[in-house]
Design a protein around this ligand. Sequence first.
Ligand code: CP
Length: 315
Amino acid sequence: MGFVNRDIVSIKDFKKEELEHIFKTAEKMEKDGYDSTLLRGRKVGLLFYEPSTRTRMSFDAAAHALGAETIWFAGVEGTSVMKGETLKDTIETVANYVDLIVMRHPFDGSARWAADVTTNRTKRGHKKVPIINGGDGKNEHPTQTMLDLYSIRKTQGRIDGLEIAMVGDLKYGRTVHSLSYALSMYDCKLKYVAPDSLQIPEHIETFLNRNHIQFTKHSKIEDIISSADIIYMTRIQKERFPDENEYNKVKGIFKINRALLSRAKPTARLMHPLPRVDEISVDADEDLRAYYFEQAGNGVPVRAALLSLVMGAIE
Ligand code: CP
């Protein structure tokens, strides 16, 4: 399938059958358990320039479950980034220590840049160190999308034919960008629920139109709550607003509580990449349709499958 040493930068770089292969591999690992010798002797670098709980820890858990070691930083405090080290120099350096790098960085396009740095190293006789994008600015979060699709497939038995509503900060939320690109490979009806100032970016609308994907835009959760198969909530990304006044105009705009969730189909699932702030009330956690914590749990088998495939331990 061509996974070995591949950079995982954008979900747009994947074909549907490749995603299905990752899901089947993850499903098998989840069912049969993890082979703790599969990645023995391998080292994974976790370079997190921005905060993370799920992405960093699930990659860490996946790597350890397969017998790999991890070396990491979480936040640039304490690293030489504080002394002005460039991203290129950090990647050039860490590539000497590890076999694969997972990176989260605040700049759009930084994962592609890092991938180019390790590809250029191969021209100097070094082995390729693949880069996995753990979130680059407001651009993409491809491995989140892989676990999101895995979660949809696991709960609904399929992805094709579903109505999927994405709610909240669709402008700055990288997870909904990658998810939109990925769902364009499936036969789904997409509904985007956001205030005008946070609607899905024009370049993604253009992408969807070019690929003949049905989508509609809404301003109220009530428009989608009873028909959606997946309600994908997102946090308003305060840290990405250039102007705090603009954030204050939209903060707390959408909230799902247990009463509102009770109007969803019994088979529907409420998802969220997490962390949540106040967009899902804690009382909704007890509803069987609330799936966000299980969704986060699915990060381990999906990322274990991906590490194994990219490091060439399985086909
Ligand atoms: N979903 C997600 O990326 O969560 P973290 O920011 O905690 O990694």
